[in-house]
Design a protein around this ligand. Structure first.
Ligand code: BTN
Length: 269
């Protein structure tokens, strides 16, 4: 078991497969790699070769891992969870809710084992809140590929403080009550997502009201004064008031309400 108390070990593919079976996960088709450029690259190749929805790729190391807004996403070998899942939304033109759903499922997985105050920061960063500061421990990058979406998820697992890319970051070993293996975190998350995905993607209208209620209840951004850095350089100071059905953050500014579809958010109150 690659838990916090052990030396860092590569992912145990057999253990992961048995955890997925134990949980009767709807998605069992997992591909484990040692080193890749980015798990999203491998997932896109798999889309091209016609694999089934829910197939997912995991790697112990990424040499060219990428984050949102063209940033890098890197971690020492075996210290982190890198996972990319192939999804086929019913309509590839209505996917604003997809990152929110993935963020919510990751939140549910981690929250049930957490001894800290954790939240989702719009759209889908996972943060631990302490002394009014946010420490990020997971992020999600969605990339469209043909009629599919590749959902890339990066979770800091057992990095030490000095191995984290920014000051305001943390890893699961600081958050969990008890040591838990990478394999069971992954199996729990993929099981949660596979079940919620079937529900949402097959619903008459996505997103469903109950999912949006659940997301908003656990999103730290709503009702906060924020600074939003919008791709292209614009900076907006506003009050975050709601999330739209298409996943935008609705903010109130001095010149009226705006709908933000993509931004880096800094909470200021
Ligand atoms: C973010 O900037 O918050 C999103 C980070 C997403 C990182 C993950 S790690 C697995 C997948 N492969 C990548 O190259 N990126 C995503």
């Amino acid at each position: 078991m690659t838990g916090f108390l052990k030396n860092r070990a590569p992912l145990d593919a057999q253990l992961l497969e048995s955890e997925l079976r134990l949980r009767q996960c709807l998605w069992q088709n997992v591909i484990v790699k040692d080193e890749v450029t980015s798990t999203n690259d491998i997932a896109k190749d798999l889309v091209n070769s016609g694999v089934e929805e829910g197939t997912f790729v995991i790697a112990n190391f990424q040499s060219q891992g990428r984050g949102r807004q063209n940033r890098n996403w890197q971690a020492p070998k075996n210290s982190s969870i890198f996972i990319s899942i192939i999804l086929k939304p019913r309509s590839v033109n209505n996917i604003g809710w997809v990152p929110l759903l993935i963020g919510l499922c990751l939140y549910k997985t981690i929250e049930s084992e957490s001894r800290k105050n954790i939240k989702i920061k719009w759209p889908n960063d996972l943060v631990q809140i302490e002394n009014k500061q946010e420490f990020k421990f997971a992020g999600i990058l969605l990339e469209k590929h043909n009629e599919h979406v590749v959902a890339g998820i990066g979770i800091n697992f057992d990095q030490d403080k000095n191995e984290l890319p920014i000051e305001l970051a943390t890893s699961l070993k600081e958050i969990f009550e008890n040591p838990i293996s990478k394999e069971s975190v992954i199996a729990a998350f993929v099981s949660e997502l596979s079940a919620r995905w079937q529900e949402e993607n097959n619903a008459q209208t996505s997103p469903t009201a109950s999912f949006m209620r659940d997301y908003k209840a656990n999103c730290v951004t709503i009702n906060k004064e924020i600074i939003a850095q919008i791709p292209g350089g614009e900076v907006v100071k506003a009050l975050a008031i709601d999330i739209s059905a298409t996943g935008e953050l609705i903010v109130k500014t001095d010149s009226g309400n705006r709908f933000l579809s993509s931004a880096d958010i800094h909470l200021i109150s």
